[in-house]
Design a protein around this ligand. Structure first.
Ligand SMILES: [Zn+2]
Length: 393
């Protein structure tokens, strides 16, 4: 690193999250998250790790979008909401199905000094609830732009990227893995066991995500899964392969982000299995080669793994209810990118040119980089605490 100089700074991060939905136009309205929880319906079943190649009855997908219906829905959304969105593909599945992404922003496709968030659904082919919810989310944002302050905040201050299905082939096979029957959430480079560090050997869906992160700087993200009801955060595993809590440098920030999701959810935070509806991945069960830890280590992106329904493939009639249970969680998680943390840009004092820089916080062994062209940075932190930081140029 070419260290020219550094600046010490200290600051206090305020908590400016809204209670019970976001009903105020003022960003500084202090309140907290929380929804009335009446009953806990979830039983918290664990994900099944093996023997996922069985084929459920074909009628299990009745009422769910097929891949071509999903493609039509994405393109229809792009036409209907062209003022705040653009549609693009980050690559193709093994069988050549495009991996469509919806970007939502008041300036889609333009670089702005704003944080970016990504949602990824259907990582596992037999967990299709996320792909349905993500289309509902996009449409809800489109319908409520300029009507709902929380939606306005997301559209104007964040670039939201939505990949409804990372694994369309797995979906059509009704199974966990992709067309080569590889579990995509075990196909990323791993910090402890780098058995798969040859990028060429990875699946096309994995490679597409990796190059996406090289092109675009995401501040945070979430992938949507099914089979349990919990917000999971790094680390996903430890070196000794034991089932123990293994904290990453930003443990506090991740617990805060995961809690935003669980507390805004209808009943996730009332879980009897997971305290507060959140869990450290390694404490639940170790995952090696997962997408979540890879995002944090290699992509500079704070990623959560969200288990959003106990039943991986519920009757399609339940989807509107599951959407209602998750709606505020999804919106509040995206909005948290601008409601907390430290944000800024780095300029040269003489020429005014944006400069590449690194931001570190005392006591947290993690570095946040500025984005390429505009040199903006977005450093998520737990609100209500005092921090000391350093900027390196
Ligand atoms: Zn899954």
């Amino acid at each position: 690193m070419n260290l020219k100089f550094c600046i010490l700074f200290s600051f206090f991060v305020r908590n400016v999250i809204a209670r019970g939905g976001y009903r105020s136009t003022s960003l500084s309205s202090a309140a907290d998250l929380g929804f009335e929880n009446e009953s806990y319906a979830g039983s918290g079943r664990h994900l099944i790790e093996e023997n996922q190649s069985h084929h459920p009855r074909t009628d299990i997908a009745r009422g769910y979008m097929t891949n071509s219906e999903l493609e039509r829905a994405v393109k229809e959304f792009g036409r209907r909401c062209s003022h705040i969105s653009r549609i693009y593909s980050i690559g193709e599945s093994v069988r050549g199905f495009p991996l469509w992404v919806i970007e939502i922003s008041d300036k889609p496709g333009r670089e702005e000094p704003e944080p970016a968030f990504k949602f990824i659904g259907n990582v596992h082919g037999d967990e299709p609830v996320g792909r349905e919810l993500l289309l509902l989310l996009a449409n809800w944002i489109c319908d409520n732009y300029k009507r709902d302050p929380l939606v306005d905040l997301i559209v104007t201050k964040v670039h939201l990227h939505i990949l409804p299905s990372m694994n369309p082939d797995g979906f059509s096979f009704r199974r966990r893995g992709n067309a080569n029957n590889v579990d995509l959430n075990r196909d990323f480079a791993d910090q402890f066991f780098p058995w798969n560090n040859n990028e060429d050997a990875r699946q096309p869906e994995t490679k597409a995500i990796m190059s996406w992160l090289r092109e675009m700087r995401f501040t945070a993200s979430a992938s949507l899964h099914g089979g349990a009801l919990v917000a999971n955060y790094p680390w996903d595993a430890s070196l000794d392969k034991r089932k123990n809590y293994y904290a990453c440098p930003d443990d506090g920030t991740f617990r805060f982000l995961a809690s935003i999701y669980s507390k805004s959810h209808y009943n996730m935070s009332l879980s009897k299995e997971f305290e507060g509806g959140i869990t450290n991945g390694a404490a639940w069960y170790p995952v090696y080669g997962g997408m979540q830890d890879w995002n944090y280590i290699y992509g500079g992106c704070f990623e959560l793994t969200l288990e959003i329904s106990d039943n991986k493939w519920p009757n399609a009639k339940e989807l509107p209810t599951i959407w209602e249970y998750n709606k505020m969680s999804m919106l509040n998680l995206v909005a948290s990118l601008v409601k907390t943390g430290v944000h800024g840009r780095v300029f040269s004092s003489d020429s005014g040119r944006p400069l590449p820089g690194l931001i570190t916080i005392k006591g947290i062994n993690y570095t946040v980089k500025t984005s390429g062209t505009l040199a903006d940075y977005h450093r998520l932190l737990v609100p209500g605490e005092r921090y000391e930081g350093m900027k390196f140029f």
